[in-house]
Design a protein around this ligand. Structure first.
Ligand SMILES: Cc1cc2nc3c(=O)[nH]c(=O)nc-3n(C[C@H](O)[C@H](O)[C@H](O)COP(=O)(O)OP(=O)(O)OC[C@H]3O[C@@H](n4cnc5c(N)ncnc54)[C@H](O)[C@@H]3O)c2cc1C
Length: 447
């Protein structure tokens, strides 16, 4: 069996095939495995994840795998208050952005009218989401109408105040794969709300040593079954098997599992050519435009000030932050997200300027101590040609209803796997793992 892509999905597929006694080779384009999971050591004995990092209590496939690999988790820090900096509204809030709206008994820095507006908008979206099946979003009763508009169109028509739109947009970006809301289909946001319920707290735990250890351990266990610097360029299939062509040679197998985002899969050439709907799907699923940064301090200095390290705002560079420090806050790590078109122009600046603009926003959120970290690292995901962006791929208007059925359907001996093919925890580690389990199960059942 050949597996294309050495991210968590491809490595899990290979692991399960090996467990079932099959021979397998994983072909990875880069010189490292892990894809959108990258662990990095930083100053003061710390570590960060440049890609995904959090796990949640209902991400059962992820928890089972990481337990089996012997990794330990700890609760991500959310004590104290968060910071909001939106136009004229600046202040603290309890918990995460959703509580900016002022949960019962909590104060909100926003005017009551704006808070009410945000609450009404969120409730309306939740009602719409109930009509969408995560397995087949295109079958929702009003799928065509929901898929004809962007999230921004809907917000403009249904949420009156700028603050209300800001609150929902903040939740939206984290529930729409990192795509900006003027490009993401409303149906896609509703699908993610169903597939990835944020009420189940997918960001509740962090891994000691970083989530990025998982693919490294899996690859170590697979040994020389993993080939790096082996970008797949072509896949041909005939009645007896598949031939997969890479920079490192050709590989022949009974089946191929393609474990990369659909748009990157679309850049491979196929013989015979893919059916039109699948071919066109590969042209229509962009990844979000987002960079991730981390600043490292000797201690999490914000915690004694009663701050959680979470901030959201409309500052020039960093739209959201979180505390990624270990439990004792040593070192202190503030993670930031730079999103949207602004991330692309920010990414063209020299490194020193990028760092400086990030730290300027950190200073606005957390005060002058944030200006002098002992370390600073970043990952500009839209510039990684074998990722294509962050967090994940999303559907622009018209794509779920026009092309959705082609997302998971195998084509002869070609099977599609990866976080973007999951119906539960779509775009998350957990979804990537379950997608591999789903497709390996189907292949083993057939052969
Ligand atoms: C900044 C960021 C933050 C995130 N935060 C979280 C989080 O906190 N929790 C969470 O659960 N998820 C998070 N995610 C999402 C999560 O990281 C991904 O959904 C998951 O890692 C995807 O795994 P995958 O194996 O499906 O794809 P990938 O990780 O993209 O793996 C695909 C692999 O295929 C390789 N490849 C691509 N094209 C080819 C080719 N032609 N030939 C050979 N190899 C190829 C790539 O190099 C890559 O190694 C985040 C992602 C990012 C980027």
């Amino acid at each position: 069996m050949v597996v294309v892509g050495g991210g968590i999905a491809g490595l899990t597929a290979a692991r399960n095939l090996v467990k079932a006694g099959r021979s397998v080779v994983v072909l990875e384009a880069l010189s490292r495995v892990g894809g959108r999971m990258v662990r990095r050591s930083v100053a003061e004995g710390g570590w960060v994840d440049l890609g995904g990092q959090w796990a949640g209590p209902t991400q059962h496939r992820l928890l089972a795998l990481s337990d089996e690999l012997g990794l330990k988790r700890f609760p991500s820090y959310y004590g104290g208050e968060g910071i909001v900096a939106f136009d004229g509204i600046a202040g603290r809030f309890k918990g995460d952005i959703s509580t900016v709206r002022g949960l019962p008994g909590q104060r909100s820095p926003a005017p009551a009218g704006a808070v009410h507006d945000a609450e009404r908008g969120t409730a309306a979206l939740a009602t719409l989401a109930r009509s969408v099946s995560p397995g087949q979003p295109w079958t929702a009763p009003r799928a065509t109408a929901l898929d004809r508009q962007t999230v921004a169109d809907w917000l403009q028509r249904n949420v009156r105040t700028g603050f209300g739109r800001f609150v929902i947009a903040n939740e939206g970006v984290f529930n729409s794969s990192g795509g900006t809301l003027d490009e993401v289909s409303l149906l896609h946001l509703l699908f993610e709300m169903r597939a990835n319920p944020h009420g189940e707290r997918p960001d509740s735990d962090l891994y000691f040593g970083g989530a990025g250890q998982i693919p490294l351990i899996l690859a170590r266990q697979l040994g020389d079954r993993v080939a790096v610097k082996a970008a797949v360029r072509a896949i041909s299939q005939d009645s007896s098997g598949v031939t997969v062509t890479t920079a490192a040679g050709r590989f022949r197998a009974g089946h191929v599992i393609v474990a990369i985002p659909p748009t990157l899969a679309g850049a491979i050439s196929y013989d015979p050519p893919l059916p039109a709907r699948r071919l066109q799907l590969g042209q229509r699923m962009p990844l979000g435009t987002l960079a991730k940064v981390h600043a490292v301090y000797p201690t999490a200095f914000w915690r004694p000030l009663g701050l959680s390290g979470s901030a959201v705002g409309t500052l020039p560079t960093v739209q959201a932050t979180a505390d990624s420090s270990p439990p004792d806050g040593k070192p202190g790590i503030l993670t930031g997200f730079v999103a949207g078109q602004g991330a692309l122009s920010w990414a063209t600046r020299p490194w020193a300027q990028r760092r400086q603009t990030v730290l300027a926003d950190y200073r606005t959120y957390f005060g002058s101590r944030a200006s002098s970290p002992v370390d600073y690292v970043e990952a500009v995901w839209p510039a990684n040609p074998f990722a294509g962006g962050a967090f994940n791929a999303f559907m622009p208007p018209g794509v779920w209803t026009g092309y959705g059925p082609a997302l998971r359907a195998p084509i002869g001996r070609i099977h599609w796997v990866g976080a973007e093919t999951a119906t539960r925890w779509y775009g998350y580690f957990d979804g990537a793992i379950s997608s591999a389990e789903r497709e390996v199960g189907a292949i083993l059942g057939k052969t």
